[in-house]
Design a protein around this ligand. Structure first.
Ligand SMILES: Cc1cc2nc3c(=O)[nH]c(=O)nc-3n(C[C@H](O)[C@H](O)[C@H](O)COP(=O)(O)O)c2cc1C
Length: 279
C-alpha cells in the first residue's frame, strides 16, 4: 500500500473517530454514554498531565535528593557547626569511589554521579548475596573522607539494609582507626513512627559515638541489644541500647552494620586505608 493511501486511510479513520466523539458529546447530558465518554476523556487528560509533571519534576527531585544527602554527609562529617555554608563544607569533604572486593579506590566514574542504588539493581554492577541485611550488593560504593591539615579525621561510609518494614539508608562516620564510631545517621527509613523510626532519632543516634564497631582482629562485633546495655560489662563498648518495643528494627541495624563492616562490605577497604594512613 503506498504511503499516500496509508495516510489517506489514517486521516479517514481519525476523522471517523472525531466524528463519533462529536456525536457522543452532542448527546444530552444525562445520557450515560456521554457521562462515560466525559469521564474517560477526563481520566486521559489527567493521566497525561500527571505523567508529564512527574517526568518534568524528576531532575528537580534528583537534585533535591542529592542536596539532602550532602546535608547528611556534612552532618556526620561534623562540619555542620563549623560556620561554613553547605557548599564550602561539602567542598572540604573528599568524595571517592571504592571497589569493595579489592578495597581500593577507583577513579573511572565520578563518585558524585554514581548511584549505588542503580548499581545494586543491575546484575552487571552488583553481586547477589544471601545476607540478612541485603540481597544484592553493589560492587562499588561511594565513600567520603574528612581530612584536617592533611590528616584523616573521619571515614564516612554509606550503609543500608533491611529494617522490619523498610530498607533503611544511613551514613556511618568512623574515626581514623576505622573501628570507632564518630557519628551515625539514618536519613531514609519507613519504620513505624514512635517504634522503629526512633532509629533516626537524635536520642538513639547519640548513643553511637565512641562505640567500637570492629574488634582488634578486624571482626565486626557491634550489637544493638534488646533493652539497655550494662555499662559495667567489658562488651559495653561494642553494644548499643535497643529501641524500646522495636527490637526487630534494632536487629536490622546490627545485621546491616556487621555486613557493611565485614569482608563483603568495607572490611578490605578499611584494613587497607587505616594501614596506608598509618604508613
Ligand atoms: C503496628 C505495629 C508496628 C510495629 N512496628 C515495629 C517497627 O517499626 N520496628 C520494630 O522493631 N518492631 C515493630 N513492632 C513490634 C514488633 O512486632 C515486635 O513486637 C518488636 O520488634 C519486638 O521488640 P520488643 O521485644 O523490644 O518489643 C510493631 C508492632 C506493631 C503491632
Amino acid at each position: 500500500m503506498s504511503v499516500e493511501s496509508q495516510l489517506r486511510s489514517i486521516t479517514v479513520r481519525t476523522s471517523g473517530v472525531l466524528e463519533s466523539l462529536k456525536t457522543l458529546f452532542r448527546l444530552p447530558n444525562d445520557d450515560p454514554r456521554k457521562t462515560l465518554a466525559v469521564a474517560l476523556a477526563l481520566c486521559l487528560v489527567c493521566s497525561v498531565v500527571v505523567s508529564a509533571t512527574a517526568v518534568s519534576l524528576r531532575p528537580l527531585q534528583a537534585r533535591n535528593a542529592a542536596l539532602a544527602l550532602e546535608t547528611e554527609v556534612i552532618k556526620v562529617a561534623g562540619l555542620d557547626s563549623a560556620g561554613l555554608s553547605s557548599e564550602e563544607a561539602f567542598a572540604r569533604i573528599e568524595k571517592r569511589l571504592v571497589d569493595l572486593d579489592s578495597g581500593r579506590f577507583v577513579d573511572d566514574v565520578d563518585p558524585l554521579t554514581y548511584s549505588y542504588r542503580d548499581a545494586a539493581k543491575n546484575p552487571a554492577t552488583s553481586t547477589a548475596l544471601d545476607s540478612a541485611a541485603i540481597d544484592r550488593r553493589p560492587d562499588r560504593m561511594p565513600v567520603y573522607l574528612v581530612r584536617q591539615d592533611g590528616q584523616l579525621e573521619r571515614i564516612i561510609l554509606p550503609v543500608y539494609g533491611a529494617g522490619l518494614w523498610s530498607r533503611m539508608h544511613g551514613l556511618l562516620a568512623l574515626a581514623p582507626d576505622g573501628r570507632t564510631a564518630k557519628a551515625l545517621t539514618f536519613y531514609e527509613q519507613r519504620e513505624t513512627a514512635g517504634l522503629g523510626s526512633d532509629v533516626a532519632g537524635a536520642r538513639w543516634l547519640s548513643k553511637w559515638p565512641g562505640k567500637e564497631l570492629i574488634d582488634a582482629d578486624g571482626e565486626p562485633v557491634i550489637l544493638v541489644v534488646k533493652g539497655s546495655v550494662d555499662a559495667r560489662a567489658p562488651s559495653a563498648k561494642h553494644r548499643v541500647d535497643g529501641l524500646s518495643g522495636a527490637t526487630l528494627t534494632g536487629n536490622g541495624v546490627t545485621n546491616l552494620m556487621r555486613f557493611w563492616l565485614g569482608e563483603r562490605g568495607y572490611g578490605p577497604f578499611l584494613a587497607w586505608l587505616t594501614d596506608a594512613d598509618r604508613g
